[in-house]
Design a binder for this molecule. Structure first.
Ligand SMILES: Nc1nc2c(ncn2[C@@H]2O[C@H](COP(=O)(O)OP(=O)(O)OP(=O)(O)O)[C@@H](O)[C@H]2O)c(=O)[nH]1
Length: 987
């Protein structure tokens, strides 16, 4: 499995280009650089790049990478020619490698062996060459390759074989000898690798060139890169440059004829090469010892030095100024340059020449850095003036990384990073946090090397370690279950808890409504149960949203007289989403005339089948007033706890969750915590969310009596924290208060950074689709679940949507409706969506103000529809990976209709107050009445006083007339929006 962008990087291709290629190869659903390819698909791509023959390419995959991007097209054209060449290569590949590698030994024998594998037909040539006195193993082949390779080919055609042949071999060997073994060494390997020769020559030459293939293959992942660089370097070979340039055409045999033209220049280049010594000085300084050593067979140091030098010279692994090399002879296709590139000293010279070229054309930076294989513009390209030197070293990125820090690290403008992100379909701001993968792609887009500098934070070191610290099974002891009451308001949650603990809190509550979370531990026949009473299911879900799932069992309290009410439905959704056992307390059973069966039926309709009806949901009939069913309820809870074997290790450092906290005048910060594991003691140092402190005192949440320690599942009031943590914040006990302080500080920073970040973190249709394509989802489960919450205007719509969704059938994705109900989108929906990574689907309904702002804050996606098929189409399209929101709705503002004026011949004018954003001329208006959208119309006229205006901002009044709608009423909410075309970037 490999990501497209990673493969592109490996193959030295542009990500988008590879995406196109993948499509071309016939692999569907890979519209993004983030998409993953299976091994088979990767092989298909490689095969395609290699020229089409799967099996062949598999034998020598690396060579294919030689021709990165451009090659695709070119190869296809040249295919007929390449085939034979490839075959030869492969043959060599295996054999050559060793030959090339062993070269260091410089033993003639091995050298001779290398050519052996060559096709018989070519042997004669090789043999002839050898006989020519090329005993010096490597040199011969090298010489041929680098110098004579192309010429050989050319020779054959033109018929002038001797001249180039002799000249080629001679100069190079002699030269090398002169300059010291260095050149030979490099040449032998480099030029060997250089396919130029091989290609240029007939089959015989090929063998020597093979080495390049093998080299890259060995390189493994980096093979591609190497091949590429080798090619580059090969080009410039000293003195042979001209010839080499000829050699490249290997792939494009048809061009040989065309390429012949530059031949005459070969000799011209030669002299240039002779001048090399001048340029060579700054390139590499070879000490006499090294040179002498090499003559005695020590090639490695030289090669390393050479390679190192070349690397330094090449900006960001690009072909850099090498392109200039081809200029004279054939500045045409870059693919022709590639094969010429060499490694080692040959590469050095290429780089040197390259530099020289750059010096000649200082303004043409684009040629050096700004173009990719297809000549397409790269981000670092500069036109005309060289404003800044391109970064040559890998970009060091420390995680987490913002756009700003990325741009600073890479020394490139923020705008450029944002643009690259936009190109990936990510709209971010300067403070947006980039995940490593995103940063990696951006770096690839910007042609930068990325070096991850991950610093382990104290959080990772201490907290994560504590979280991951597994308890020895022997140390685990049963712990009390933590039970939470959920249900519709006034159905008796608090009364039930009161009765269970024997106090009467209900009467003391303001307005009879629970405003605080209470948590008490009670004892039943020696067994404890911890009860948590929350002010509503939002609080319950809120804690879940913060990763603090304290509840083991949910008790759904339903008043027998009311039955299931809207909030009960929500509570059911929340409990189901939390995936905890549900026990129903059918309360107020003491009331006369209540029909328990009606409630049981309703429960069944909500997929909660009572155990007495054959289901698995325990229903206990209770009366908080009379105390009916209390024992049965406790016993049921204890039985469930027993079945689920809730256990914890009381002998470790405590960790748990904060339920509530407040600043109390004389006592300081008092936090109500529940210990989930371990034992909390007075004197312990703890970090809780963004605060920390030492436990100064602890007290029982029920009696208020001081306690010195609190074991697993114990609710406890703690004093000593620096500031009040939030509900749902987790706490950990640490050894060192300095660590606790540091962690709390970094969390505070992190949360403020997140609030500034503009990157979406929650699930949305688009990122779900993306995750699906990448395989990030569904790796552990059989089916990926897409959580949705549906809100519709009427029950009929809900039923229609349900029906549509029930038809949905996908092998990998399951639509999981967490909640479906009639009415506008509420805060509870957003909280649930946030806690459950769900998308809210609104059908002809709008979110209320609170829900809207919380959704914005938490990046919860709310999708609104007015036609059912659009909703289902969207889901299908998303799952099938073809979601293409070509247009995006941009909300502009909301206005409240304060008064309506009917003017004859003009129509109805709505006198409005702009409560949010602005109303703009040319926008569209959704008319909402009592939480439902009743129509969608174009804005006909927008006036302030009597003047037509372009825009009316928030806080102003205006007159609005809608096109084709005169039934505007007072208190209607008019929502202004605009539809913007959005360029698709993922496909
Ligand atoms: N008849 C009868 N009345 C009950 C019973 N349980 C609770 N009530 C009454 O119902 C009203 C609401 O009870 P609460 O316990 O405050 O209900 P709640 O669900 O906790 O309400 P919130 O705190 O607002 O969430 C009170 O007046 C209780 O006296 C019961 O079993 N029978």
């Amino acid at each position: 499995m490999a990501r497209i962008y990673a493969l592109a990087k490996e193959l030295k291709l542009d990500s988008r280009e590879l995406v196109d290629l993948v499509k071309k190869v016939g692999i569907p659903g890979k519209g993004s650089a983030l998409a993953s390819l299976s091994d088979d698909e990767v092989q298909r791509v490689r095969d395609h790049l290699s020229g089409g023959s799967g099996s062949k390419s598999s034998a020598a995959p690396a060579p294919e990478e030689k021709a990165p991007s451009t090659p695709v097209a070119v190869r296809e054209q040249v295919q007929p020619e390449r085939r034979p060449i490839q075959l030869e290569r492969r043959g060599r590949t295996g054999d050559e490698k060793p030959a090339a590698e062993s070269k260091p030994a410089a033993k003639p024998a091995p050298r001779v062996r290398a050519p052996a594998p060559l096709p018989p037909a070519q042997e004669p040539e090789e043999a002839a060459a050898e006989e020519a006195g090329q005993t010096p193993d490597v040199r011969l082949p090298n010489t041929r390759r680098s110098a004579g390779g192309l010429s050989d080919r050319l020779r054959r055609k033109p018929g002038d074989a001797s001249k180039p042949d002799s000249s080629a071999p001679e100069p190079s060997p002699s030269k090398r000898d002169d300059s010291g073994g260095a050149s030979e060494a490099a040449a032998s390997r480099d030029s060997g690798g250089r396919d130029s020769a091989g290609s240029g020559r007939s089959g015989a030459v090929e063998p020597p060139s093979r080495p390049a293939g093998p080299l890259s293959v060995r390189g493994g992942a980096g093979g591609a890169g190497r091949v590429r660089s080798l090619d580059k370097r090969g080009t410039p070979g000293r003195g042979d440059s001209g010839k080499k340039s000829d050699g490249k055409p290997k792939r494009a045999e048809p061009r040989i004829g065309i390429n012949l033209a530059p031949l005459p220049e070969t000799p011209q280049n030669q002299p240039a090469a002779k001048n090399e010594p001048k340029a060579q000085k700054p390139e590499i300084k070879l000490s006499r010892d090294v040179i002498a050593g090499h003559k005695q067979g020590m090639k490695a140091p030289l090669e390393e030095l050479a390679a190192e030098s070349v690397e330094k010279k090449r900006p960001s692994g690009k072909r850099g100024g090498l392109s200039g090399f081809t200029e004279k002879g054939k500045r045409g296709t870059e693919e022709e340059d590639r094969p010429r590139r060499k490694s080692g000293l040959a590469g050095m010279s290429s780089a040197r020449v390259d530099r020289g070229n750059r010096r000649k054309r200082p303004g043409d930076l684009s040629r050096s850095y700004g173009r990719d294989d297809r000549g397409q513009r790269r981000t670092l390209q500069h036109k005309g003036t060289n404003t800044a030197a391109p970064r040559k070293e890998p970009v060091q990125i420390e995680l987490p990384c913002t756009v700003r820090s990325f741009s600073e690290a890479a020394s490139i403008p923020v705008a450029q990073v944002l643009k690259a992100l936009m190109g990936m379909g990510i709209m971010a701001n300067i403070n947006a946090e980039l995940e490593f993968e995103t940063a990696e792609i951006v770096a690839a887009e910007l042609d930068l090397e990325l070096q991850l500098k991950e610093t382990e934070t104290l959080e990772d070191e201490l907290i994560t370690e504590l979280d991951e610290q597994a308890d020895d099974p022997d140390s685990l002891k049963p712990r009390p279950p933590i039970v939470t009451f959920l249900g519709h308001v006034d159905h008796g949650k608090t009364s039930l808890l009161d009765h269970l603990i024997g106090i009467n809190v209900v009467s003391g509550e303001a307005g009879g409504i629970t405003q605080h979370i209470r948590a008490y531990e009670i004892d039943k026949d020696g067994n404890s149960i911890t009860f948590v009473d929350t002010p509503g299911h939002e609080a319950f879900t809120e804690m879940r949203a913060r990763g603090a799932n304290v509840t083991d069992i949910a008790v759904l309290v339903i008043a027998a007289d009311d039955g299931i009410m809207p909030q009960t439905e929500e509570a059911i959704s929340h409990a189901k989403a939390a995936e905890v056992p549900i026990v129903v307390a059918l309360n107020k059973i003491d009331l006369e005339g209540v029909d328990a069966n009606r409630v049981l039926t309703q429960l069944t309709e909500h997929q909660l089948t009572p155990s007495e009806w054959g289901g698995d949901v325990e229903v206990v009939r209770t009366s908080a007033i009379k105390g009916t069913g209390m024992d049965e309820l406790l016993e049921t809870l204890l039985t469930i706890a027993e079945l689920n074997e809730y256990k914890a290790n009381p002998d470790r450092a405590a960790m748990g969750v904060c339920l509530e906290a407040e600043q109390q005048g004389d006592r300081g910060v008092v936090a109500k915590l529940v210990v989930r594991n371990g034992t909390l003691r007075v004197g312990d140092v703890m970090v809780c969310g963004p605060t920390y402190g030492r436990v100064r005192a602890m007290s029982d949440t029920l009696t208020g009596e001081p306690i010195s320690e609190a074991g697993p599942s114990t609710p406890v009031s703690v004093m000593g924290l620096e500031s009040p943590p939030g509900a749902g914040d987790r706490f950990h006990v640490l050894d060192d208060i300095a660590d606790a302080r540091a962690i709390a500080g970094s969390r505070a920073d992190e949360s403020s950074r997140q609030s500034l970040s503009g990157v979406t973190t929650k699930v949305s249709f688009e990122n779900f689709q993306e995750m699906l394509q990448e395989g990030r989802l569904g790796q552990t489960e059989e089916k990926v679940k897409l959580n949705v919450i549906i809100r519709a205007d009427v029950k009929g719509s809900l039923e229609a949507i349900d029906k549509e969704l029930s038809k949905f059938d996908h092998p990998e994705v399951e639509i999981r409706v967490l909640q479906r109900s009639v009415g506008g989108i509420t805060l509870a929906d957003v909280t649930l969506a946030s806690a459950s990574d769900a998308v809210i689907l609104g059908f002809n309904v709008i979110p209320d103000e609170q829900a809207r702002s919380l959704a914005d804050e938490r990046n919860v996606e709310i999708r609104r529809y007015d036609v059912i098929y659009k909703l289902t189409d969207d889901i299908k399209a998303m799952v099938e990976g073809r979601l293409k929101p070509e247009e995006r709705v941009v909300e502009l503002g909301r206005a409240l209709v304060k008064q309506v004026f009917s003017i004859s011949r003009v129509g109805t004018i709505a006198g409005c107050y702009v409560a949010q954003g602005s109303i703009q001329r040319g926008c569209r208006i959704r008319v909402n009445r009592e939480g439902r959208t009743i129509g969608d119309y174009a804005l006909d006229s927008l006036k302030r006083i009597k003047e037509d205006v372009k825009e009316v901002p928030r806080g102003m009044e205006c007159g609005i007339r809608l096109q084709g709608f005169n039934d505007v009423k007072q208190d209607d909410v008019l929502e202004a929006y605009r539809i913007e075309e959005v360029a698709r970037t993922l496909d």
